[in-house]
Design a protein around this ligand. Structure first.
Ligand SMILES: *Cc1c(COP(=O)(O)O)cnc(C)c1O
Length: 717
């Protein structure tokens, strides 16, 4: 039931229908169609179809309704969207027809589908979003379970002194693609969860992502105690007590909501440890139904996959045992075990405090456990080796599935058009053929360069527009304008650094030797400019300090306005940056970056990466598709910021800058363009979410559904 838009002519009702399924976000014809309604408005509204259909003038809408060409376009997109929601002969249906009725439940604390549904903070959520979109493409029978954060993730505003203010935002649910799901007999709730001694009622919202449905949990109901109503309203906010409650509601409530909807998954996937209580609830269900505890553990494991994303012990959620008991108790009675036995499910041997570890819980209760890149697999096995004291580290039953990104979401329309011309229309159906990606090495240099220059202009215009809005809103003094990027030069080599301001990501590495950076930036014939974006977690004071340090340099006149900071990094800004920069800069302190997906998005747009050898770059770098900072292997040196900074400057001075500015007679940087082609080829071959999901289906989901055991047994609970 599409929402009602007062000025929308009947004949254009299809636009409202399209807006109600997020698959428009990855169909370039659908995006082009919305833009056609009112290009300026579409840009100003940051690609929000609900706002567009509300704000477009009645005259303009009437014009569209009378425009035969527009109507033909609309009908074609509607036909595509309908086919993309049907059970067409998909990849999954062709290979696994016998599993057409199976369901894989995919739990994650955040999902990043589109910036108009702000229930993500960063990489984990965007990965989960790309996972669901790809499941739709491939016809994988997956259902997502997450949380509706009514206040979303915070908006970022940077003060004049560079300190990040975290401003609250609430989004109007009636203006989004979310649909309320009614409970039995019209009740607003679908399930109740016992928590801290009282029942918390849970409702759900449905999000349509192509063929995939995602259910988002919400406790803002009148029946709930007033302290429980806002429990799920903010993402990664509040202290551990709030996090614990959110995770209990997600895990237990998620299973119960699925049951209330009649969904009986045959495979279960927890994406990161926030969802680990899902395993506990399934144990409880089995024990209540009469299964002995040990058999229940066996059954839960057999159907479960767990993906860990965090390479450092401190990054994993842990809760004090007493807090867990107060929140969940006495769930152990229902499980038929003692409180001590229950706490041992979350026991992590190196931690003497007796805290409850969400990752340890998931590792014990999933037969299939994976890290998100090859390098992260090595780190993860060393983190968890104590759980299998009798095994050699390389033999631990923890594997990896390297992350990937959703091509149709992240590749620009312009590059897709160029590929249409070069590879033939329909190349999107041949992306599994490696020969297709070899052919991008023969992309016409001039054509590829033209596409790139156009996207770079879009980026700079975007920054100028954002600065103009801030300026006219009087939030910005004139002296701060330079730092917003209004002085950036479309001809200058542009590095982009856009990521969360966590200290290990080392946003300030470039400023390690300011004089050396100044020489790069202010070289009159070969200038370098840098664009920064990213939020610091509200509770991460060192991260905020690093952001402040970077921000203040944007106002340093010695840099001539060539260092800029753009506020409010979200998926929309991420698109503009990964498509429009010249180089994607990534300098984490190894081995802290589990994967790092933004560099894959850039590469899918032909934007090469300059990165430390960490996360996906350890697999992705091939000597032709970018540049690598290689840590010394000797102990300690890998963490040496000075050595990394030295290599970074050296690479910029001797490789990146000369390659970019060496032009042929026609003004083309031929070697640079070759690097761009290689970046695109490597990403297309190995780092799409399509390759990733096919691995999950083949090696994880289908064996789970079939109850195939692996030789690897889990540590005892
Ligand atoms: C892709 C993405 C990320 C993840 O990027 P990293 O490479 O892991 O830093 C974070 N935020 C947004 C908005 C993204 O689109």
């Amino acid at each position: 039931m599409p929402p009602v838009f007062p000025f929308l002519p009947q004949r254009l009702n299809g636009l409202a229908v399209l807006a109600c399924n997020l698959n428009w976000t990855w169909n370039r014809e659908a995006r082009r169609l919305f833009a056609r309604v009112d290009h300026q408005l579409w840009t100003r509204l940051r690609h929000d179809p609900f706002q567009l259909l509300q704000q477009a003038g009645p005259e303009r809408l009437a014009q569209c309704a009378a425009d035969q060409d527009f109507l033909a376009h609309l009908d074609a997109v509607l036909a595509w969207s309908a086919a993309e929601q049907s059970a067409a002969p998909t990849w999954f249906a062709q290979r696994y027809a016998e599993h057409a009725r199976d369901t894989i439940a995919y739990f994650c604390a955040e999902f990043g589908f589109h910036h108009t549904v702000p229930i993500y903070s960063g990489g984990l959520g965007v990965l989960a979003g790309d996972h669901c979109k790809t499941a739709s493409d491939l016809g994988v029978p997956l259902i997502g379970v997450g949380i509706l954060y009514r206040h979303g993730y915070f908006d970022q505003e940077v003060r004049a002194d560079g300190w990040q203010d975290d401003t609250d935002m609430a989004f109007d649910l009636s203006r989004t693609v979310l649909e309320a799901v009614d409970g039995a007999n019209g009740a607003p709730h679908l399930a109740a969860v016992r928590m801290a001694g009282r029942d918390v009622y849970i409702r759900a919202w449905r999000l349509r992502v192509g063929r995939v449905t995602v259910y988002l949990l919400d406790t803002d109901l009148e029946q709930n105690h007033r302290d429980d109503r806002p429990l799920l309203s903010r993402l990664y906010a509040g202290g551990p007590a709030m996090r614990l409650r959110q995770e209990w509601l997600l895990g237990v409530g998620g299973v119960r909501v699925l049951r209330a909807l009649g969904v009986q998954p045959t495979a279960w996937h927890a994406n990161e440890g926030h969802a680990s209580f899902m395993f506990i609830e399934r144990l409880r269900e089995l024990v209540i139904a009469g299964t002995p505890f040990a058999d229940a553990v066996h059954a839960v494991r057999a159907a479960s996959t767990f993906t860990t994303h965090t390479p450092v012990p401190a990054g994993h959620d842990t809760f004090a045992a007493d807090d867990v008991a107060a929140c969940t108790g006495p769930v152990w009675d229902e499980l038929g075990i003692s409180r001590d036995q229950f706490m041992r499910i979350g026991h992590y041997p190196p931690d003497p405090s007796g805290a409850f570890h969400m990752t340890a819980t998931a590792v014990r209760l999933s037969r299939r456990v994976n890290a998100v890149s090859r390098a992260h697999g090595v780190v993860t096995r060393s983190l968890w080796r104590s759980m299998w004291p009798e095994r050699r580290e390389p033999d631990l039953p923890i594997t990896h599935v390297t992350n990937g990104v959703h091509l149709a979401t992240w590749m620009s329309n312009s590059l897709m058009q160029l590929l249409d011309a070069h590879l033939g229309a329909g190349w999107g159906n041949r992306v599994d053929d490696p020969a297709l990606w070899d052919r991008v090495l023969t992309l016409d240099a001039q054509a590829l360069w033209d596409v790139h220059r156009k996207l770079k202009r879009t980026l700079l215009v975007h920054m100028r527009e954002q600065a103009r809005v801030a300026f006219t809103n009087h939030t910005r003094e004139a002296s701060r304008l330079a730092g917003t990027g209004v002085l950036l030069d479309p001809e200058a080599l542009t590095l982009c650094f856009a990521r969360r301001f966590a200290t290990y990501k080392r946003a300030n590495l470039l400023f390690h030797d300011v004089e050396r950076l100044l020489r790069l930036v202010s070289n009159p014939s070969r200038p370098v400019q840098v664009i920064f974006a990213g939020k610091a977690h509200p509770a991460d004071t060192p991260g905020k300090e690093m952001l402040q340090e970077v921000y203040q340099t944007t106002r340093d006149p010695r840099f001539e306005g060539r260092i800029a900071f753009v506020e409010d990094y979200d998926m929309h800004l991420a698109h503009v940056l990964v498509q429009g920069g010249d180089v994607w800069l990534n300098v984490p302190r190894p081995p802290m970056e589990a994967s790092g997906t933004s560099g894959m998005k850039a590469a899918l747009n032909g934007v090469p990466q300059l990165s430390t050898m960490d996360g996906w770059w350890e697999e992705g770098f091939n000597g032709h598709n970018g540049w690598a900072i290689t840590p010394e292997l000797s102990a300690g040196a890998a963490n040496d910021d000075a050595a990394a900074a030295d290599q970074l400057y050296e690479l910029l001075e001797t490789e990146v800058v000369p390659t970019y500015y060496t032009r042929d007679r026609g003004g083309l940087p031929q070697r640079w363009i070759q690097t761009m082609r290689h970046a695109l080829r490597a990403a297309g071959l190995r780092f799409t979410s399509r390759r990733m999901l096919i691995e999950y289906v083949t090696d994880y989901y289908v064996p789970s559904i079939r109850g195939e055991s692996t030789l690897d047994e889990r540590p005892t609970a």
